[in-house]
Ligand binder design. Sequence first.
Ligand code: HEC
Ligand code: HEC
Ligand code: HEC
Ligand code: HEC
Ligand code: HEC
Ligand code: HEC
Length: 409
Amino acid sequence: MRILSVRFTGIDLERPSFTALIFFVFIITLFFTHSLSLAGEYHATSEETQTGSETLACSQCHTMHGSQGGQSLLYEGSGTYPKLLRASSILNLCKYCHGENNPGPVGWDSRTPPQIFNNQLGYIPSGGDFKDRNYANERNRHSVGTDVSSLPPPGYTGTWSDVTSKFSTEFNCLYCHDQHGNTNFRNLRYDPGNPANDSPTSPNRVEVTYAYNPSSDPNDNTKDVNYWGAGADTSPENKFTRTRVRFRRSPVDNDSPARGIAAWCGKCHVQFYGASGASNMGGTSSSGGVGAGDDNSSSSSPWIRHPVTDMNLTTATSNLHADLSNWSGVSGRVRHIDPDGTPGNGDDEPFCLTCHYAHGGGNPNNATDPTLDHSNLVMVDGSGTINLDSSYSTSSGRMRNVCQQCHNQ
Ligand code: HEC
Ligand code: HEC
Ligand code: HEC
Ligand code: HEC
Ligand code: HEC
Ligand code: HEC
């Protein structure tokens, strides 16, 4: 842009070359506007998206009177529902579009909603499943649909009733996602652990920034997440496919506000999150950047919980706690934060999604008794396939295959 504005100075508008330049700029602008109009963030209004495209229609979820032209506008049942919703519960509303039998293309832009509840679309969803291969395993997923009024998140330290009274005692999608959209990746709430802080200006918010491109990897390590691809109905891969979502920015301890997925999970699982040197975590503190970890310096340097932010493989290898050369050669590497965009080298860092799925884990890991699977865990089989993949081998699949990629103990 700067080059163009220099060229504009003192230019003669009648000159053909200038007219050609203007036309060129016009075509380029059209091209960019067109790509932007394909952007994601379906539930956000244009003011709140990174891309400025608006796809939300209030009437897709709310009905003013329950009927139009004498026809019911409800997705299920009869009568009218709280907050003028078109379904009897928040979960049922989301499931109408994101369930296993969704209505197909919806809205004026005819986009197919991704099947979140039990994905049948032939790709591995980034967030995992709530029900996998038709097996619903409470212990291996965030238990949406159950009463969690006396089941606070493990590690939580706030006032849980503030959360359950805001979003209903039935654990549902709104605990984590803002139905009206916001500026975070996947409309993740700014503070899912405390509704009073859930605002874009709260100093306690977590930002999960992102770069999205409809066709290719945006390759932007100033953003926490990068993802790419077309809509959910594009098979076999699309923008919700696990391998098309990459975690790029290394969160640093002095980020204010906090940033990244681990800090976000840490709003509910408070005690499980912290930087190197935090009393609930262990490790050796750093001065605001990437941590020093267990540098074998003192009795307080060992970790008491697994590091989830600010620890990279170079430091861990020089501390003799990880094995970078093993990690470099691994096929089917687990998810990690990858600031330089080249997987398998020393700046890679473990975080929550290295070991967990956000929604729920794959079943059955254990062929004989899937209820033994728990904690939304990512497991890897002998050939590097994850447990959400239908070709995962239960005979060679183990949690330890995840650990060994970095530790090689
Ligand atoms: C994806 C579905 C969806 C869309 C689209 C949607 N809403 Fe909502 N809205 C909800 C749900 C679910 C609630 C109930 C939230 C709760 O109970 O905490 C809600 C609540 C509300 C409320 C009550 C305030 C609150 O936060 O509880 C208002 C007002 C509202 N919506 C207005 C709108 C307007 C205006 C639009 C269009 C710009 C819109 N909604 C689009 C799902 C939606
Ligand atoms: C009327 C259908 C409809 C309903 C109801 C609906 N969604 Fe969606 N949602 C969609 C579509 C369509 C997309 C994907 C659009 C695309 O390809 O970008 C989407 C995308 C999303 C995304 C991903 C946004 C992103 O950044 O790419 C989230 C998160 C989401 N929905 C959550 C919810 C929640 C929570 C509810 C219930 C409150 C809900 N949806 C109800 C149609 C719906
Ligand atoms: C809105 C608060 C909230 C957020 C945010 C949240 N969780 Fe949870 N989580 C819960 C609750 C409540 C439970 C206990 C009920 C259940 O098992 O679903 C739970 C349970 C879990 C469990 C144990 C599951 C089981 O059934 O044994 C794991 C693992 C987990 N969460 C991981 C994560 C990860 C990883 C993230 C970030 C991607 C995250 N959570 C974000 C509320 C949250
Ligand atoms: C405990 C928090 C939590 C709950 C509850 C939750 N989500 Fe998510 N969701 C996430 C996170 C975190 C991501 C991003 C995960 C990733 O990219 O690996 C995500 C991703 C998504 C996506 C993008 C597709 C994908 O597979 O990544 C959609 C759509 C979505 N969620 C919809 C829903 C709907 C609908 C519900 C309710 C049935 C729901 N979510 C419940 C945390 C949650
Ligand atoms: C190195 C792998 C790894 C990382 C990283 C990791 N976890 Fe875990 N997590 C596990 C394993 C394995 C379990 C099973 C219980 C155990 O070993 O403590 C577990 C259990 C849990 C549970 C269930 C606890 C219970 O009481 O049922 C929650 C919640 C959880 N993790 C959340 C998180 C969050 C949030 C993060 C990031 C801040 C995270 N985990 C990072 C591997 C990991
Ligand atoms: C993506 C790489 C990665 C994976 C996968 C991973 N870790 Fe780690 N782990 C690390 C890093 C980095 C450290 C920090 C080491 C340091 O401070 O020098 C660490 C630290 C540890 C420590 C503490 C070491 C100490 O001396 O304080 C233990 C124990 C550990 N990991 C066990 C596990 C287990 C068990 C699993 C599997 C459930 C696992 N790790 C998976 C990277 C990983």
